[in-house]
Design a protein around this ligand. Structure first.
Ligand code: UD1
Length: 365
């Protein structure tokens, strides 16, 4: 492939922005035009603008303003609005990130227009097709010409699915690029003291998966578990808008020891997580961030597409049952701190490797 003159990145949701930042920075240092398209899947200031600011990502060149809707509506809206833009610009490469609806929609558009497609964070598999993200990952990977794997297991998953090895590039984990760059500023922010909690003595919680929050019985069980955990140590719970609506419907009352607040920007979240005693979550990115930082993590899910966080890191899967969560939390909080593992190519250079593949013809096996 000759070096591209125009690379077009498509992002839509919070975790995409964290993955875009290092790629935008590395491409910015090369002779290539990089166009950023925001689909508008996430549109609240605290779900979107705050991330662009903290991560120092240039303003998007285009915003498709698709907003919320069913999966089909959201996917269709991205396709309808992205297709004419891609037809007009004819980028040399389209980059998609992660596993959200915007990722799958943009992959379909690029593939149907015959535009070379790259997928950043390729090869992750939960093998659970009830998760919308798993479908999005499979679609993006099947259609991609260049697959940027974050971990050796991701690389191996792609090989075992019959993807030709020359298409796969083991560039490492792009989330860690953003984390390493942000750590000094996050440390300075000292968000825990602003929340009135002491370092190492509190639990950070995030929950937003449909399987955990859309069913009132399950959410109720999880909220009871949080109250129990908070009886021992304070709980800080920045709440995703999807979860917030469900909690209001259940009549949830925050107590003094469960602090409930709006979603926080990237640096503030990192600052809270790096000083936490424990994280309880169903997020993908937090499983990786806690592993890298050596912070104990309980993931409220039956499976994970990031198994390395369990085998080498601090992550533990727990079912959505009050007793199971509370006893795992007590065990984690009583345990001794574990050293953060060293994971191959989780080193802050994934963005640079991606740019080297695209612009310099580099290869990473
Ligand atoms: C999406 C991703 C998920 C990712 C998560 C990170 C898919 C299928 N899911 O889930 O993988 O972990 O983002 O946050 O793409 N809403 C707002 N304001 C916003 C955005 C959303 O109020 O800025 C509300 C809307 O009511 C919306 C709901 O949240 O219907 C869900 O948003 P959506 O983007 O559809 O999915 P997420 O749950 O955020």
């Amino acid at each position: 492939m000759k070096p591209p003159a125009l690379v077009l990145s498509v992002v839509g949701a919070r975790p995409n922005f964290i993955k875009l930042a290092p790629v935008a920075r590395a491409l910015g240092q090369r002779q290539v035009r990089h166009v950023i398209v925001h689909t508008g899947q996430h549109y609240d200031a605290d779900m979107s603008d705050a991330f662009f600011r903290d991560l120092e990502i240039p303003e998007p060149d285009f915003n498709l303003a698709v907003g919320s809707g069913s999966h089909a509506q959201q996917t269709a809206a991205v396709m309808e609005r992205l297709d004419p833009l891609c037809s007009e610009l004819r980028p040399d490469v389209v980059l998609v990130y992660g596993d959200v609806n915007s990722t799958a929609a943009a992959a379909l558009v690029a593939a149907k227009l015959g535009l070379p497609l790259g997928h950043v964070e390729a090869g992750l598999r939960s093998r659970d097709r009830t998760m919308p993200e798993e479908i999005n990952r499979i679609v993006a990977d099947r259609l991609s010409d260049i697959l940027f794997a974050p971990s050796r297991d991701g690389y191996d998953n792609l090989l075992s699915e019959g993807i030709p090895p020359q298409r796969i590039q083991f560039v490492g984990n792009i989330m860690i690029d953003s984390l390493l760059r942000a750590l000094p500023a996050a440390r300075q922010l000292d968000a825990s003291s602003r929340h009135g909690v002491r370092r190492g003595e509190y639990t950070v919680v995030t929950l937003h998966r449909p399987s955990n929050v859309d069913e009132p019985g399950v959410l109720q069980e999880l909220l009871r578990a949080l109250s129990d955990i908070a009886a021992d140590r304070p709980v800080l719970f920045p709440v995703h808008p999807r979860t917030s609506r469900r909690m209001t419907a259940l009549g949830f009352q925050a107590g003094a020891r469960v602090q409930v607040f709006e979603p926080v920007p990237y640096l503030e979240m990192l600052s809270l997580v790096m000083s936490a005693g424990l994280v309880v979550t169903d997020s993908g990115g937090l499983q990786e961030e806690t592993t890298f930082l050596g912070i104990p993590c309980l993931t409220v899910r039956p499976n994970t597409e990031r198994p390395i966080t369990c085998t080498e890191g601090t992550n533990k899967l727990v079912p959505p049952h009050r007793d199971a969560i509370v006893s795992a939390a007590r065990a984690a909080l009583a345990g001794t701190a574990s050293a953060a593992p060293t994971i191959e190519r989780w080193d802050g250079s994934a963005g640079e490797r991606i740019a080297a593949v695209l612009c310099d013809g580099a290869r990473f096996d």
